[in-house]
Design a protein around this ligand. Structure first.
Ligand SMILES: Nc1ncnc2c1ncn2[C@@H]1O[C@H](COP(=O)(O)OP(=O)(O)OP(=O)(O)O)[C@@H](O)[C@H]1O
Ligand SMILES: [Mg+2]
Length: 272
């Protein structure tokens, strides 16, 4: 059984079908990509998988549990943790405290635990330090987000997710706004996490990143899964190029088309 099994998932917003009978699998220890044009339904997929948007129909089974009707916080406790497309960092808190806050998960017995073990922490300092180090953020731990570059702020967003030690990470456009060099560094970091045992569902528009690091890719268009396969399979699928770039591609689109079809190495590991 796969870690995540999504079947016939449909999400309607009024008359709009944002997800249409979508099927998706994430195997343990794999990096699965989700691509598609703007408005294709990618964020809706993560919203629905994590309980932020209700499914109109279909099922989401995570680690053997049918979570389709569970509220978001229950899914988080089961080990599904997401990032948001817009960075939601606390600008008045240090990088370290941003991660601490994200890892805290208040429960009814917390005040009692505080009495029994005053000064206890929601997240272990060693886990926090290791996570920040693994993302190259150690030297920024005491700084606040406005003092960081955009690239480092994006990494803090990922650190906040990782300190929870999730079984499945769901990342919504972590490379948005990064230049190509920063994006390559991010790709290596994400791939290293998966090679270290993490499981990941990744959304991004950077085709070099996606085709370079994913094990398997799903392509959404108008809410439907129109293709899936390895990066090698995806980059030669005409429907993918057409859906991503449209049929009236101009010069700019031609460059993108080349990045889809040519600039990607033949295996998912070469760009690491
Ligand atoms: N809360 C909402 N209410 C109504 N319509 C919504 C809502 N969220 C998304 N939509 C619509 O659902 C469709 C899918 O949106 P979604 O945000 O999932 O696309 P996306 O693939 O993530 O796009 P992008 O690449 O721009 O982030 C779009 O037509 C969008 O306008
Ligand atoms: Mg989106």
């Amino acid at each position: 059984m796969s870690l995540l099994e999504v079947d016939s998932l449909t999400v309607r917003y009024g008359g709009l079908v944002a997800l249409d009978e979508a099927r998706l699998r994430v195997e343990r220890g794999s990096l699965v990509g989700l691509i598609g044009p703007n408005g294709a339904g990618k964020t809706t997929m993560i919203d629905c998988l994590t309980g932020f948007t209700p499914a109109t129909s279909g099922t989401v089974v995570f680690d053997g549990h049918d979570v389709t009707s569970l509220p978001a916080h229950r899914r988080t406790r089961l080990g599904m943790v997401r990032t948001f497309q817009s960075l939601e960092l606390f600008n008045d808190l240090s990088v370290r405290d941003n991660c601490r806050v994200a890892a805290s998960d208040p429960r009814w017995w917390e005040p009692l635990a505080d009495v029994v073990r005053p000064g206890r922490k929601a997240v272990d300092d060693a886990v926090l330090d290791d996570t920040l180090a693994s993302l190259g953020l150690s030297e920024f731990a005491g700084l606040r987000p406005p003092e960081l570059s955009h690239g480092h702020r994006k990494l803090v967003g990922i650190a906040r997710v990782l300190v929870r030690k999730p079984d499945l990470l769901l990342l919504d456009e972590p490379a948005a706004g990064l230049d190509s060099a920063e994006s390559r560094v991010l790709g290596r970091l994400l791939r290293a996490k998966v090679d270290g045992g993490a499981s990941m569902l990744l959304i991004d528009h950077d085709m070099n990143l996606m085709l370079g690091i994913c094990d398997h890719i799903y392509v959404l268009d108008f809410g439907r899964v129109i293709a899936e396969g390895t990066p090698d399979e995806i980059r030669v699928t005409p429907a993918v190029v057409a859906a991503y770039l449209g049929t009236d591609a101009g010069d700019e689109d031609e460059l993108l088309r080349e990045s889809v079809s040519q600039s990607v190495p033949s295996t998912g590991t070469d760009t690491r």
